[in-house]
Design a protein around this ligand. Structure first.
Ligand SMILES: [Cu+2]
Length: 109
């Protein structure tokens, strides 16, 4: 299962040149960067139940990560926050400071 997802991720990475902004296929990773400017990258990720996702702020501005129905985590420039996902499902999240531009999804298998 994990290997299959890894291979799929490599295939997507290999063929994704130029079209990586399409918000469709989830990326199998537990690392999300807040890149310049005002974006979560990758926007949609897929993890296994029980894994912890880490968001790192590489932007020049303060951002937050708030999974729907959970507390808001403020992430200053250069800092990170980790959130564990124990239950399968699709979790939408936003940066509450820039909710119009910055949101994403964690798909927990
Ligand atoms: Cu933000």
């Amino acid at each position: 299962m994990t290997l299959r997802l890894l291979v799929l991720g490599l295939l997507l990475a290999a063929t994704g040149c130029g079209g990586s902004e399409e918000a469709s296929a989830p990326v199998a990773t537990t690392e999300v960067a807040m890149v310049k400017s005002y974006q979560f990258d990758p926007k949609t990720i897929e993890v296994e139940a029980g894994e912890t996702v880490t968001w790192t702020n590489d932007d020049n501005f303060t951002h937050t990560v708030r999974v729907d129905g959970q507390e808001d985590h403020r992430v200053e420039q250069g800092e990170s926050v980790s959130i564990a996902f124990d239950t399968p499902g699709t979790y939408h999240y936003v940066c509450t400071l820039h909710s119009q531009d910055m949101d994403g999804e964690v798909v927990v298998k």
